[in-house]
Design a protein around this ligand. Sequence first.
Ligand SMILES: Nc1ncnc2c1ncn2[C@@H]1O[C@H](COP(=O)(O)OP(=O)(O)OP(=O)(O)O)[C@@H](O)[C@H]1O
Ligand SMILES: [Mg+2]
Length: 364
Amino acid sequence: MPQSPANPPRLKVEHLTRAFGGTPVVDDVSLDVAAGQVACLLGPSGCGKSTTLRMIAGVERPDRGRIAFDGQPVSDERLFQPPEARSVGLMFQDFALFPHLTVAQNVAFGLRSGRDERDRRVAELLERVNLVGYGTKHPHQLSGGEQQRVALARALAPRPRVMLMDEPFSGLDNRLRDGIRDTTLEILKEEGAAVLLVTHEPDEALRMADEILLMRAGRIVQRGSPYNIYNAPADRAAAAFFSDINVIRGTSRGALTRTPFGEFLTPGHADGAEVEIVIRPQHLKIDFDRNGRGPNPTPAEGTPARGRVVRARFLGRESLVEFVMDSDGSRLTASVPNVFLPKPGTALWLMIRRDRCFVFPARR
Ligand SMILES: Nc1ncnc2c1ncn2[C@@H]1O[C@H](COP(=O)(O)OP(=O)(O)OP(=O)(O)O)[C@@H](O)[C@H]1O
Ligand SMILES: [Mg+2]
């Protein structure tokens, strides 16, 4: 949706900052989430995701910055609204249902409406989370996945403007998780709240997010759609956050870097600058040796380089093959769909999809 003063985003956060004991934990974080949109705050443990969420919820005071819902400030230099005044739905890792209340009473907990309206809303939500007939049960009688759905219904019941979710799926069994993520996403979209979901799992963010906000050491280092974040990472660490990576080092001269795989274009890097060419395992192509001749160079894949298999493992959907390269003894890993398990010591040729490489300044 286009944004203008007349049409502000559902959730707007500007320059949010918080330090603990002099150490900045959330450092100048700004973000927008529109109604009906799911944004994922993604980053490694300790990078400040939960602290950001807690400030938006109103359970932690920012040192600096502004938070507004639909253009109305809920937290700024002068104002700090408590959580109950903010119209936020909260869902945390331990979704802590009230054990002494029934499922229906849990869902109705935050509802202030009259009894008929409340009963209608509870019935509607129990149907939506596929728990019709569970209203009179108690939490201890439910499975983990069922409890999670009750918690979702409870958080959504008062129709919050902003839904804040902190690792809400991490307590669940692996096999349950994908199904519950998809159902949850459908329900969130139907309800139309702006959703900010915290996770340290890239797969979860790719699956759930309209926009990913990649966070590191208190700062947002990159934001974009799952496709863009995955395919145009801002730096080596951003690339490595989503998959294993291969790194080929070289020196840029005249905007070209020579490697065992031929020359790579490295524009924007000074003469003599060390660069890292980063490629994901699925974008290395394997070809056969043909008595030491291998494949011919192509414009898209450049010069092939020969390596020997060190190890090959079958992972279900794909096989991972690790190589030691003839040219310099470096190690590279290629992934191949399905089954490909060459014996250790087998000579094979590797090629690099030029359009799938990322070039970054070398890390010191
Ligand atoms: N109340 C507090 N007092 C002091 N330090 C805190 C407090 N809350 C959080 N921290 C510190 O701030 C940093 C960020 O914590 P936060 O919980 O926001 O991280 P996170 O990104 O949610 O990590 P995780 O993925 O492990 O949940 C951590 O180093 C943490 O120890
Ligand atoms: Mg956390």
